[in-house]
Design a protein around this ligand. Structure first.
Ligand SMILES: NC(=O)c1ccc[n+]([C@@H]2O[C@H](COP(=O)([O-])OP(=O)(O)OC[C@H]3O[C@@H](n4cnc5c(N)ncnc54)[C@H](OP(=O)(O)O)[C@@H]3O)[C@@H](O)[C@H]2O)c1
Length: 270
């Protein structure tokens, strides 16, 4: 076989293996590094941002990956009309997604809504302990972290935007949503409840979408230094995204659908 022919076949094979991935929370710490990770591996990314994209834009320029990532503004996961309009536009273009990553998560108020209490993380001011709960805030966090990913997934599935069979859905959840692991620290009602509920939804999706050949995972990204944590954490966003990428691309399949993965690939208890 001639060299040119082999090159053409190789390029065709590479193109066939390239995935189209949509990431919500596209301008966030983890959402941005996930876009970088997928793009570096040769995949096409739609970075779905709410109203700003400076951070993801800057990182893509730094990594010279702008050509592989399309940044689209206007996806507010709290808003039906905006979510519908966002995905109507993609449907009109005939976009087919291989992977949907729900990485948008609430950061309301001055500091992160999920942080452990003030005695654990000095600087945290939001009332997350019994006796001082802000129920309005709790409802908002729940709407963003639990209902938001369900709204987005519904919008994608209704429009048949996700490849079937073969598509994957990854919800960025949190170990704080693990009820079984919550044996010592307690507190954090808003964030824990929102992520436990997301886990429940993700598990149902795994059951319901199995006949369509769509695999679903819940992912804990680690304690990651991002704006959400006030840039505190055990992991950089890039290191977390590298682990999440491996879970989505290498580990998640129909056999593992419905797993709650830690960043390192181990399964977390519910
Ligand atoms: N960092 C950690 O240690 C950690 C641990 C466990 C789980 N997580 C989860 O990881 C995910 C990413 O968090 P992160 O650490 O990267 O935080 P981040 O940097 O604050 O990013 C959160 C992203 O979510 C977006 N967002 C918030 N509300 C939204 C809405 N209503 N509609 C659309 N987008 C919205 C934000 O958009 P704007 O850019 O417009 O503000 C931001 O881009 C979240 O689901 C979080 O709960 C993080």
């Amino acid at each position: 076989m001639g060299l040119l022919r082999r090159l053409v076949l190789l390029l065709a094979a590479l193109r066939a293996a390239a995935l189209t991935v949509l990431i919500t929370g596209g301008n966030g710490g983890i959402g941005t590094e996930l876009a970088v990770e997928f793009a570096k591996a040769g995949h096409s990314v739609i970075s779905a941002c709410r109203g700003r994209s400076a951070h993801v834009h800057e990182r893509l320029v730094e990594e010279q990956l702008e050509a592989r990532v399309r940044i689209i503004l206007g996806l507010d996961v709290l808003d039906d009309a905006k979510t519908d309009a966002f995905f109507d536009a993609l449907q009109a273009e005939g976009v087919v997604l291989d992977v949907l990553v729900n990485a948008a998560g609430a950061r309301l108020g001055r500091v992160a809504t999920w942080q452990l209490a003030v005695d654990t993380y000095p600087g945290t001011t939001e009332p997350m302990q019994l006796g001082g709960l802000d129920l309005k805030l709790l409802g908002k966090v729940f709407a963003a972290n639990a209902v938001g990913p369900v709204r987005v997934t519904e919008a994608v599935l209704k429009r048949r935007l996700l490849r079937s069979p073969g598509g994957k859905i990854a919800h960025v959840s949190s170990k704080l949503g693990s009820i079984a692991s919550n044996t010592a620290t307690g507190q954090n009602y808003a964030y824990r409840m929102s992520k436990s509920a997301l886990n429940a939804a993700g598990k149902s999706m795994a059951v319901d979408l199995r006949p369509q050949g769509i695999a679903v995972a819940l992912l804990h990204p680690g304690y990651v230094a991002t704006p959400m944590t006030g840039d505190r954490g055990d992991l950089t966003a890039a290191a977390s995204a590298a682990g999440l990428y491996r879970r989505i691309v290498d580990d998640l399949d129909l056999a593992k659908s419905g797993t709650f993965f830690d960043t390192d690939g181990s399964a977390l208890p519910w």
